[in-house]
Design a protein around this ligand. Structure first.
Ligand code: SF4
Length: 276
């Protein structure tokens, strides 16, 4: 877990899954892959296995250990809805989010069809939770816009779009049912260009359709130099966030223990331990 995450739209990350498989052009310079592969083969490091997909059940109870309410990016180093993650594990992650409901979780995926299917069935219990924001990545028209339709068809209560890296003009987008839009350009070596007019078009549509707009960064090879001002302003808009008090430590421990017992994780995984 990382508190005070450097990711601009969140303040903690939680990674009960590590590693992923690339699926569309937005994955080309995946920052998670770059980071993870640096540690491949480093004995004892969390990314000893590089970017290979791995479930990390010992991380499941981590949110019970945080002593203040967080805005959490779930699986910043992976994608919860990729094929290799079993349904029961996505359900376990979702159970934690519904029990530890004093935090707000942002779950972002490029596997929008599976997200939609699971929210309608096995994850129905989590779809309606106001503290879980379900989102899809949108990088272009061909791969990204169909994900918006899947998300809208799902029974998610709070839906968001992460339009990053924005690779082309998206044209007119139907933002009905969307609670927040994040926009950002690609950063790092080889970063693909994001044009100002593409961003301005999305800002205009957010204004017209009354959707909170968050501008994360221009990106580029030197992202800190390019910053995150758009026409001289920062845009840091969020949907309404319900902040519940964090129960005392003993109650949190009990919630964590009940979760583990209810899920019978001990028999499903070798590596379960209480982190609260
Ligand atoms: S889906 Fe996300 S985490 Fe997975 S490879 Fe693509 S960019 Fe990386």
């Amino acid at each position: 877990m990382s508190l005070n995450s450097p990711i601009e739209w969140t303040d903690a990350t939680w990674n009960p899954v590590r590693g992923c498989v690339k699926i569309s052009p937005g994955c080309k310079y995946c920052y998670a892959e770059k980071f993870a592969e640096r540690f491949r083969g480093v004995k004892g490091h969390p990314y000893e296995q590089g970017f290979d997909l791995r479930l990390v059940p010992e991380k499941l109870t981590e949110p019970f250990s945080w002593r203040s309410p967080k805005l959490v990016f779930v699986n910043s180093m992976s994608d919860l809805f990729q094929e290799g993650v079993p349904d029961w594990y996505a359900e376990a992650v979702s159970r934690v989010m519904t029990i530890a409901n004093w935090h707000t979780y942002q779950v972002l995926t490029k596997r929008s069809q599976r997200l939609c299917d699971m929210l309608a069935r096995k994850l129905e219990f989590a779809a309606e939770q106001e503290n879980i924001w379900w989102g899809v990545s949108v990088e272009d028209r061909k791969h990204g816009l169909p994900r918006v339709d899947h998300l809208r068809q799902s029974p998610a209560k709070v839906r968001f779009l992460s339009i990053e890296p924005l690779l082309e003009d998206l044209g007119e987008i139907d933002l009905s049912g969307i609670a927040r839009v994040i926009v950002g350009g690609e950063s790092g070596p080889g970063a693909r260009l994001m044009k100002r007019e593409w961003v301005v078009s999305i800002r205009r549509q957010c204004r017209q359709q009354k959707v909170p707009f968050f501008f994360k960064q221009w990106g580029g090879v030197r992202k800190s130099k390019n910053g995150r001002l758009l026409d001289g302003k920062t845009y840091d808009e969020y949907p309404l966030r319900i902040a519940l008090p964090v129960p005392d430590r003993a109650d949190c421990m009990k919630h964590a223990a009940d979760f583990l017992k209810g899920f019978d994780l001990g028999s499903r995984c070798d590596l379960v331990q209480l982190t609260a």
